[in-house]
Ligand binder design. Sequence first.
Ligand code: HEM
Length: 474
Amino acid sequence: MSTCEFAQAQENRNDPSHKVIIIDDKIYDVTEFHREHPGGAKVLLTHIGKDASDVFHAMHPESAYEILANYYLGDLGEADSLTKAKTSDKKAFAEDIRQLRDKLTDLGYFRSNRLYYLYKFISTLSICMASLLILYLYGQQSTTAIIISAFLLGLFWQQCGWLSHDFGHHQVFDNRPLNDIAVIFLGNFCQGFSLSWWKSKHNTHHASTNVDGHDPDISTGPVLMWHEYASANYYGNLAHSTNNNCDAHCCNATSTSAANNKNGFREGFNRFLAENVFPYQTRYYFFVIALARMSWAIQSANHVAKVGALNKSSSLRLYEMGCLAAHWALFLAVTTRWIDSLQNMILFVVLSQSFTGYMLAMVFALNHNGMPVITKEQAESMEFFEIQVVTSRNVKMGWLGTWFMGGLNYQIDHHVFPTLPRHHLATVQPMIEAICNKHQVIYHTTSFLQGTLEALNALDITQKVSRKLVMKYF
Ligand code: HEM
């Protein structure tokens, strides 16, 4: 590359119309490619202008390296500020993690035990069979049987979620499409959650964990706001739009009174929620998470209908839609055919959906909520692996707890190596912790109760900030 071309490449890094990323000290222009990216544009956009080396290595098969070569612009300059911003201490930490990754690869840790996953597959489907059998045999006679069946169905959907998660991260098969087929069966058909919705959301979460404005998992506001930035954004925007609307209404002599009334009602309602509901989120947290499964199922259907499949394939989209429709048709058929009274049908639907909501959301809250939230600017000067460690929480559990949490109690270790099969996490965990201790990177482990209290404390801190902002703005 000529000096002139190189200077242009460096300049493009700071030009918003040019989208470039850095991988292994080489600059790549993804201005055109980002829309075609098979993993979706959203995840790639979280790393524009940044060093994406570790996240790239964590998420791609060999074939992606050949495609990458097409977008090469030039080598990164010695004096580039991006690498200087990271301290040599943190670079050494990242280097140790990379060496561990290479060692684990050589030792075969990234290959799954197929027997383990066969056992997981059969045992998970058995929970569904037990639930359906109880409903089929006793659904017409016993409310207790309906409650037990709903609980087992909820447990099945939760365990199905963890298993889809493993396939979705390509932990099981080397052949990537095979993993995706398993996710469509376990996710779309069995659980009612879409592969494309999940990948787009979850992979973006992995690429930018707890980064404000990037990580979709901490953008649950205004219903649940996990950090002060969310609260500040919400109340700031609300105050701004209220003032602007007021100016527009007051000045616009031609606006009809009906439109004014409608806008006025909406504003009044939003303001009521902002003043009297959202600043008290710890009071309704345990009620809201019962709705989590329904919310994700609706988001899934919406994603497939409006956005389509992750790789833009229309046949994958149709396949996903068909499996989602089959899921709901089967659920409806079982509920209406095997339960006799309307009252018990409602009970079964409400309980099965909310049991899953609780069992999934309580684990999710433990993973990252109440851990540091970082700004996009802070993320720039941090190593990818450092972000993964300091924003995640491990939970100390026995085998039953580990089974219940789908291995996600090893959250830090899963985030450092997302494609590492679940059954190797316990062995690799002390190796990662030792490297963190050596470089003084905080590796946070708690009990289930302590972690839940930390998450609730984060909600509490944020709701207090919200109350102060209500007083400031309204
Ligand atoms: C020029 C740069 C890039 C190229 C050429 C590229 C290429 C690809 C390819 C070929 C796939 C499909 C892989 C498969 O067969 O499963 C893919 C998937 C993906 N890529 Fe990239 N990618 C780039 C940058 C990035 C970056 C910077 C990120 C993260 C910030 C990213 C995240 C992902 C994710 C999450 C997937 C989905 C993997 C899955 O199926 O689970 N990519 N990319």
